[in-house]
Design a protein around this ligand. Structure first.
Ligand SMILES: [Zn+2]
Length: 149
């Protein structure tokens, strides 16, 4: 009666450490073509893993590429300046709105009821705040990306 084929573990042990396998396993590999092929396949894989592929280029690729790149300019960026300019712009806009509102209120909202005016004002302020915050957050995110690279 023929013995069952070897397990993957036994075949790997045979392929890696031939001196550690028992006489039965050694005899099975000699007799069984299937297990012998598996051992050869494992030996090929282990050999390929041990020998990394040599670099294809025979010159220093990194140095050749870096020579062709334009010199980088490192720009120190102060994010406070951006915050202050955005905040200043928003305050200026609000100030101009209030100036116009208090000097010419009759012409600006003539014929509108107070509830309509309130809804209009609330919607305008909400949308402006949302868009302003969204713009600011997007800008900060882009600055972080630029600072990391
Ligand atoms: Zn076998």
């Amino acid at each position: 009666m023929k013995a069952p084929h070897l397990s993957d573990e036994e075949i790997q042990t045979y392929a890696l450490r031939l001196d550690e396998v028992s006489e039965e396993i050694h005899a099975h590999v000699q007799d069984c073509e299937l297990c012998r092929h598996k051992v050869q396949a494992y030996q090929l894989v282990f050999t390929a893993i041990e020998k990394p592929v040599a670099p294809v280029f025979d010159f220093d690729l990194a140095a050749a590429v870096i020579q062709q790149l334009p010199p980088s300019e490192i720009v120190a960026y102060d994010s406070r300046f951006t915050s202050y300019s955005i905040g200043g712009g928003v305050l200026l806009g609000i100030g101009m709105l209030f100036f116009y509102f208090f000097n010419y209120p009759i012409y600006l909202f003539e014929g509108l009821s107070s509830i309509t005016l309130s809804i209009l004002l609330a919607a305008t302020v909400s949308i402006s705040l949302f868009l302003g915050y969204d713009l600011y957050a997007k800008y900060q995110k882009q600055l972080k990306v630029l600072n990391l690279s």
